[in-house]
Write a new protein. Structure first.
Length: 363
């Protein structure tokens, strides 16, 4: 018996700089009753999170072959050598690989896990493609009800095959942490994440609050086009104008990001796109930060009434919400307390949920 987990090529199972899918797998695997039976396949990295469970695959030398298809093909070749009657293949976020895996591996159970909008992904954009996936897959798991509803758009049959598996986050703290007067943005430095709204908002207010710091922790995009460089430089230069009150930190390790969240009084998630889940929301709550977020995508499922949700977010509304907390210490502490006490999306809970599903197909 084995459970084989296939990562997207771009998602690195790296100890210091893991991809978002790798983070969720790391957060659940320690609690899984099948930990010893789990094999994770992905692009080869020097410092894998769990070396005993990870199979790093060398990049293809064929410049015309899809990197994700190469990973899938190599995984199938390795599985064929020791295949038995009870095998589960869990494919993360790459619906276009399902059919190819099924052609190479007979009599295996296929789980497909969606971390993003299925209507925007190769292999699940059309109604026909999603119906085919329901026929081919034994189970389809979505990281939020928001994503599940998108997948099921126009589908009337086999809906029970599609279930929600919220991402799990592990709280390392045993007691509520000491907080600093700091507002924090964590995420990729791009328009989708709304970092430009955040820097515009704090530019309006920082001078009146000299004892507060306003920080951005993020990873720049790899794009080098003029439009993105202009966007990135605007973010960087706006923060520079704040002198000691502004702070831009790039490419921190995941562990260091968590430490910063533990200290931050407020974490802002001003996404202008529909976040499929909102991992930063869960991480912020696990660290007892007051959360201000856009009311988009899967975010409301996680935060509920335990933070401030902003409809049709813009810089003016965001600045007003930040000021509401900074100017009202009691309200700030209330939202910090609600985050801390109502954090429920743990790695253990996610592991129990998926293990129950796995168990039905391994009997």
């Amino acid at each position: 018996m084995a459970i084989h987990i296939l990562l997207p090529f771009k998602d690195k199972f790296d100890k210091n700089f893991p991809g978002s899918v790798s983070i969720t797998i790391k957060n659940t695997i320690h609690f899984s009753r099948y930990k010893k039976d789990l094999v994770i396949y992905g692009d080869k990295v020097e410092n894998p999170i769990l070396p005993k469970n990870f199979v790093g695959i060398e990049k293809t030398k064929n410049p015309f072959k899809s990197k994700n298809k190469h990973l899938a093909d190599q995984m199938c070749s390795l599985i064929k050598k020791n295949i038995n009657s009870r095998e589960i293949i869990e494919i993360h976020n790459r619906p276009n690989l399902v059919n190819g895996v099924l052609k190479k591996l007979k009599n295996v159970k296929i789980f497909l896990i969606f971390h993003n909008d299925p209507l925007m992904m190769k292999g699940s954009k059309t109604l026909k493609e999603r119906k085919n996936l329901l026929e081919d897959c034994d189970k389809i798991l979505c990281v939020s009800n928001f994503i599940r509803n998108l997948f099921l758009k126009g589908i009337k049959f086999n809906r029970e095959k599609v279930v929600v598996l919220h991402n799990g986050v592990n709280r390392k703290l045993k007691s509520f942490p000491k907080k600093k007067k700091e507002v924090l943005f964590v995420g990729k430095i791009n328009k989708d994440k709304g970092v430009h709204l955040y820097v515009e908002a704090i530019k309006q207010i920082f001078q009146e609050y000299k004892n507060w710091r306003f920080s951005v922790i993020g990873t720049p995009m790899k794009r080098t086009n003029k439009e993105y460089l202009k966007f990135f430089n605007n973010v960087k230069n706006t923060i520079k104008l704040m002198f000691d009150q502004g702070n831009l930190e790039m490419s921190l390790s995941h562990e260091d990001v968590q430490k910063r969240m533990q200290e931050a009084a407020i974490v802002v998630i001003p996404s202008i796109w529909n976040e499929p889940y909102g991992l930063v929301v869960s991480e912020s709550m696990s660290n007892g930060a007051a959360v201000i977020a856009s009311n988009k995508g899967g975010i409301p499922e996680i935060i509920k009434d335990n933070g401030i949700l902003i409809n049709n977010i813009n810089a003016k509304k965001l600045a007003a919400s930040i000021l509401e907390l900074i100017n009202n210490p009691k309200l700030l502490k209330l939202y910090q307390k609600k985050s801390w006490q109502n954090f429920h999306h743990t790695g253990e809970k996610a592991a129990i949920t998926i293990d129950k599903i796995r168990e039905k197909f391994l009997i």
